[in-house]
Each structure stands twice: as structure tokens, then as C-alpha cells.
Design a protein around this ligand. Structure first.
Ligand SMILES: Cc1ncc(C[n+]2csc(CCOP(=O)(O)OP(=O)(O)O)c2C)c(N)n1
Ligand SMILES: [Mg+2]
Length: 455
């Protein structure tokens, strides 16, 4: 009933043949629209072609050349030495306690990353991806969201998970694909998700999350139209500048703009898509310039400055919910300090010196640390203590998760359809027969219920 009511305005205007519209008032020709437009008024400076409103007539033939345009500036609040450069905005939109919490979360992610990268090298997990240099983007932006907001991630945003309250235990369970992994061991490591925290499960094919996120934002908007008592929510959609080369990115931005969806797109521009440097990936002014092309409010921000990222995200969230809602694009600049993943050796395509220089020159964690030290709320002793405590906790969760059994083998066949199909049942039987025929080849003791789960 409610849905039909919402569809009414859409049904009221439907196209019969090119150039003619049927409305409740009867058939109207497309040219009727223009007849009342200013283009037809004598001495009008503007033409109101339906495809480009607000365009002024000119008798100067000038092609716009992007190289002559100024690049979009990068907003920051704090410089690389932890000094506040924008005194007009108080970085303290949060308490000292909260800021210490962000620092703790960034540190946790970086220590966790180092341990898990090494664990892959020891053959204890199959794959890993670190987010070194991008902890500030993830933690800072997530700090501006509410628990009700819905997140779509790419894979280098473990800081969002941690900031939203995903525990180290939950992360380890996913990485070890054990029986407590919410994904039942069906996904690659680092593909986190949590229904409780409103984070959709990460998927490997690049950019698929972006149109899904626009759709989810449209659904949130519809929900509130149907029931205005529903709490205001936005979607936060994260992706890399490489993913923005996919068609999905463009479709997602356009639909979000035309349907006025409450979504904040957060592009982490870290300079690389595996071995492809961003300079080879696009010719325009980063990803931010594309936002304007789609009619979207856009800002570029220094991703190493957690204060700037947070403030930008707070403002973006507010704008996304204003009036009829709208999308916002945030391009957060950073440098991918690490290899792309454990399957990559980045020194095959970039100089080690360049990476070392970035590590030394600027980093979101050391930047906030300098600010906290200047403010007198942090020191060397606290740093040493915090690092040791985090390391201990990560290692504890590591060994606990490693020891847990893997999900039942039966899980491989379930959850595709509500009821298992006869074909899947047959395959399960065949698998059981094989395991029993070659017991030395298949060590199934580590799986919940062993071979019995296939009964
Ligand atoms: C559709 C698709 N094409 C290619 C890949 C392989 N791939 C995985 S990550 C990646 C690079 C993505 O770069 P970016 O979006 O900038 O994210 P970053 O890794 O820099 O965080 C590529 C090409 C994929 N997963 N999916
Ligand atoms: Mg990238």
C-alpha cells in the first residue's frame, strides 16, 4: 500500500513516444517545456537546453583545458609536525579521551598488520593486506559516523572495523577462517563484515560495493519517507582510486546524484592500484574532479591528518542528510606505504627509497602522536606501554583463533539455496565417499564434526 503511494508520482509521468509525455493533465509535447523557458525570451543570456541548465551564451570560442585549471586544494587542520594550521576549526570536536581512543585504534591496526603480515610469511594464514599509512583515513572517518550508519568497505579499512567496535578476536576468527568466523570460512582473509556493526561483508571484485552502497542509501532514504520516525542514517562507502577506474564507480555516483541519496563516498587515493601508479591510471585531477562532473559536493583532504579527515566526514555526513538528501565525495590523499598485499613485492615497480622517505616524512600515527605530545597528554613511556599491551593482546587472540576448529565441511554446501538442492546433496555424498576411501589424503579432524558433518 505504502509502496504504491510512493510510486504514484513516477506513474503519473510516463513516456509514450519520443517527444510526448502523458501527465495527469493530458498529452504534452517536449517543446511545450521549452516554450515557457527563458531561452525563448528575447535578449536572454542563458539557454535552458534540457541537458545543460545554467549555461550562458558566449561568443568566445574557448575549449576548457584541464591543465590550465587549478587543482582542487587539499584540506588540512594539522601539519606534518602535529601543529594546528587551521585555528578556525577546533580539532577538539572530540574530548582528549576520544582522541586517545583514535590513537589507540590506529596503533592497534598497525601492530595487528605487522604481526599478520609476518604470520602469512610463516604460512600460518594464507593471505594478508596491511593498511600502513591509511589508518588515519579509516579511523578518522569512522569516528564521525553513528553506529546506525551503514558501511561498505574495500579491504584496506581495518581501522573502520576497529573504530566501530569489531574485536581483535572477531578479526582473527575471520583471518583463520575458523568455526567462529561469521563468513564460515568461505571468504579470503581480510574480507570482514558484521551485521551487528552495520558493515556489509567485503567482496573481492573491485568496485562492486559502490553501486550497492548507492542502492542501500536510496533504500535508507525511502525508509524515512515511509516512516519519518526512522533514525537518520547515511551510507559510508570506501574504495581506492584504482577501483574508481571501474564502470561501477561512475554508475554509482550518477545514480546517487540523480536520486539524491544520503551517501558519503570516501576514496582513499594512495597512489597505487597494485603496480599501477595513479599517474598511469587517470589524466584528470585525481578522483575529486569527477565528483563535480556528477554534480556532487566534493572535497579533497589530507589523509594523514586525522583531525581533517574527521571534520570533513562530519560535515559530509551532515550535508548528505540535509533537505532532500544528497551524496558527497571525499577524496582522502595518502601514500600506500606497504606492498599491495602479501602476494606483491612493490620494490619491483617502485624505489625502496621513495617508500622509506614517505615513512620518515609523514604518517598519520606519528602526526597525531606529535600533537598529543605537544599537548602533554602522551609521552614515550605511555607509547611503550601501549605498544606492549596491544602486542600482547593481538598475540593472545592470534593463538586462540589459530587453535579453533575450522567450520564443518558441510558448510561448503549450505546457504546457496534455502534448502539444499538434490545435486548439492549428491555432491556431498560423493565427497564423503572420497574422504572415507582415501583417509590419508584428507585430514578432516580439524573441521567441526569431521566427516560426520556430511551425513
Ligand atoms: C574487478 C577486479 N579487477 C581486478 C582486481 C584485482 N585487484 C585487486 S586490488 C586491485 C587494485 C585496487 O587499487 P585501489 O582501488 O587503488 O586500492 P588499494 O589497493 O590501493 O587500496 C586490483 C587491480 C579485482 N580484485 N577485481
Ligand atoms: Mg590505490
Amino acid at each position: 500500500m505504502e509502496c504504491r503511494a510512493m510510486m504514484r508520482p513516477l506513474l503519473a509521468t510516463c513516456r509514450r513516444k519520443p517527444g510526448a509525455l502523458i501527465t495527469r493533465a493530458g498529452i504534452r509535447r517536449a517543446s511545450d517545456n521549452w516554450a515557457s523557458g527563458p531561452a525563448q525570451k528575447p535578449a536572454s543570456d542563458f539557454v535552458h537546453f534540457p541537458g545543460a541548465l545554467k549555461s550562458q551564451f558566449t561568443s568566445t570560442m574557448k575549449f576548457r583545458n584541464p591543465t590550465e585549471e587549478t587543482a582542487m586544494p587539499t584540506y588540512r587542520i594539522m601539519d606534518a609536525d602535529g601543529n594546528i594550521v587551521d585555528n578556525s576549526r577546533d580539532p577538539q570536536s572530540a574530548s582528549d579521551e576520544e582522541i586517545l581512543g583514535w590513537y589507540h585504534n590506529m596503533l592497534t591496526v598497525s601492530i595487528f598488520d605487522l604481526i599478520m603480515f609476518d604470520a602469512q610469511r610463516q604460512g600460518r594464514v594464507s593471505f594478508y593486506m596491511v593498511s600502513a599509512g591509511e589508518e588515519g583515513i579509516a579511523v578518522g572517518s569512522a569516528s564521525a559516523l553513528t553506529p546506525d550508519d551503514v558501511c561498505y568497505l574495500q579491504y584496506r579499512e581495518q581501522g573502520v572495523m576497529v573504530q566501530r567496535g569489531f574485536t581483535l578476536k572477531e578479526m582473527m576468527n575471520q583471518l583463520f577462517a575458523n568455526k567462529d568466523d561469521y563468513g564460515k570460512g568461505r571468504n579470503m582473509p581480510v574480507h570482514y563484515g558484521s551485521g551487528k556493526l552495520n558493515v556489509h561483508t567485503i567482496s573481492s571484485p573491485l568496485a562492486t560495493q559502490i553501486p550497492q552502497a548507492s542502492g542501500a542509501a536510496y533504500a535508507l532514504k525511502m525508509q524515512r519517507l515511509i516512516n519519518p520516525n526512522t533514525p537518520e542514517r547515511v551510507v559510508a562507502c570506501y574504495f581506492g582510486e584504482g577501483a574508481a577506474s571501474e564502470g561501477d564507480f561512475h554508475a554509482a555516483l550518477n545514480i546517487a546524484a540523480t536520486k539524491a541519496c544520503p551517501i558519503v563516498f570516501v576514496c582513499r587515493n594512495n597512489g597505487f592500484a597494485i603496480s599501477t601508479a595513479s599517474i598511469e591510471q587517470y589524466k584528470g585531477d585525481g578522483i575529486a574532479s569527477r565528483g563535480l562532473g556528477y554534480g556532487i559536493d566534493t572535497i579533497r583532504v589530507d589523509g594523514n591528518d586525522i583531525f581533517a579527515v574527521r571534520e570533513v566526514m562530519r560535515e559530509a555526513r551532515k550535508r548528505a542528510l540535509e533537505g532532500d538528501c544528497k551524496p558527497v565525495l571525499v577524496e582522502a590523499m595518502s601514500y600506500r606505504v606497504s606492498h599491495h598485499s602479501t602476494s606483491d613485492d612493490s620494490f619491483a615497480y617502485r624505489a625502496k627509497r621513495e617508500v622509506e622517505e614517505w615513512k620518515r616524512r609523514d604518517n598519520p600515527i606519528t602526526r597525531l602522536r606529535k600533537w598529543m605530545e605537544n599537548k602533554g597528554i602522551w609521552n614515550e613511556e605511555k607509547e611503550t606501554e601501549a605498544r606492549a599491551a596491544i602486542r600482547k593482546q593481538v598475540l593472545q587472540e592470534f593463538s586462540a583463533a589459530e587453535k579453533l576448529k575450522k567450520p564443518a565441511i558441510r558448510e561448503m554446501f549450505e546457504d546457496v539455496y534455502e534448502k539444499m538442492t538434490p545435486e548439492a546433496m549428491q555432491q556431498m555424498k560423493d565427497l564423503k565417499r572420497m574422504i572415507e576411501k582415501y583417509p590419508k589424503e584428507y585430514d578432516v579432524a580439524m573441521y567441526e564434526g569431521g566427516v560426520k558433518s556430511l551425513d
